[in-house]
Design a protein around this ligand. Structure first.
Ligand code: MLT
Length: 328
């Protein structure tokens, strides 16, 4: 019988789908040391989210039985892809399932920032009726800069345009025709995006190139005024990956007023340290990496990842394979 380890949880409907396909599903977190000691050698597939980190050592110890590593989500930064490739082990993910949920959270953060909703709520609970202090700005007429223009950014662009925002983007890997069709102005250089836009939202992967892409230098480039010369301040949202925003630089920019708001769903170190000065700043608000945490997204993620796993276990090649498993 094919055995599948599900270490970080998965929607019940997806578990049932695996069982109906004749798999034994073991739903349990596996500790780091057990993985290093070869815990995966008893499984044909492993399905993880972000809590389980799969290193070269663990993957080496999983052989010869393990046939597929599956990430129930998008980001595969917790899996050593090179090590998997060398073993001929396909790594599959579910890249489309959470798009709508992340789009909606991003827009929620954007609206929350501009209308100071989290700060207003904190003050209200403290008995402060801060009606005069909390004068926000509209999304309408503002320039939104999207770093990356993949599926999620395209969804955000769509909603932002419905609010009357002018949408700009920087994505060196995307055919220009896609942006043109979406009515989005593409910039050849990320600095130009920051010079043009008062509102920036991050939608790229964390790589050496994008680490601390939002830094002091670029925040200083942001104009702080909208196309009608209204002082709307500068705003940054990141629901993509921690580490793309330099959190120390962003804190300094909040302190100096160069940034009027910062909203993060993802942090360089997760869970974020409770002593981080950001958490004390009135114009910062955050969520604990919940972009894909909706009932709908988790159901779709589970069903998509099970399809990919079964495809591989049945001897096929999953459409969402993210590595070169022919390199062994
Ligand atoms: C993802 O990569 O799918 C998201 O960041 C969500 C998650 O890790 O749970």
């Amino acid at each position: 019988m094919r055995r599948v380890a599900v270490t970080d949880g998965m929607a019940q409907e997806a578990v049932k789908k695996l069982e109906s396909a004749g798999c034994e599903v073991v739903q349990d977190f596996i500790e780091h040391d057990q993985l290093v000691d070869g815990a995966l050698a008893d499984f044909d597939a492993i399905i993880v989210r972000s809590a389980t980190k799969l290193t070269k050592e663990m993957l080496d110890a999983s052989q010869p039985r393990l046939k597929v590593v599956a990430r129930a989500g998008v980001g595969v930064d917790n899996i050593d892809l090179d090590a998997a490739s060398r073993l001929g082990l396909p790594v599959v993910n579910a890249p489309r399932a959470s798009t709508q949920s992340v789009v909606e959270l991003t827009v929620g953060h954007l609206l929350s920032s501009l209308r100071f909703i989290p700060r207003a709520d904190r003050l209200l609970r403290d008995g402060v009726w801060a009606k005069k202090e909390l004068k926000g700005t509209e999304l309408y007429g503002k320039r939104l800069g999207l770093v990356g223009f993949g599926r999620i950014a395209q969804g955000v662009a769509n909603v932002a345009q419905a609010f009357g925002m002018e949408v700009h983007s920087y994505d060196p890997y995307l055919p220009l025709a896609i942006a043109k069709k979406a009515g989005v102005t593409m910039h050849k250089n990320v600095d130009n995006l920051f010079k043009t836009c008062t509102h920036i939202s991050i939608h790229c992967n964390l790589t050496d190139e994008t680490h601390h892409l939002v830094n002091q230098k670029r925040i200083r480039m942001m104009p702080g005024v909208d196309p009608f010369n209204l002082k709307c301040g500068n705003h940054v949202v990141n629901c993509a990956r921690g580490g793309i925003v330099d959190e120390d630089a962003a804190f300094e920019a909040l302190e100096s007023g160069q940034l009027l708001s910062l909203a993060l769903d993802v942090f360089e170190h997760e869970p974020v340290d409770s002593t981080s000065p950001l958490l004390q700043h009135p114009n910062f608000h955050g969520t604990p990496h919940i972009g894909a945490a909706t009932i709908e997204a988790q159901r779709r993620v589970g069903l998509d990842i099970v399809d990919a796993v079964l495809t591989v276990l049945d001897g096929g090649m999953a459409e969402t394979t993210v590595n070169r498993s022919d390199l062994s």
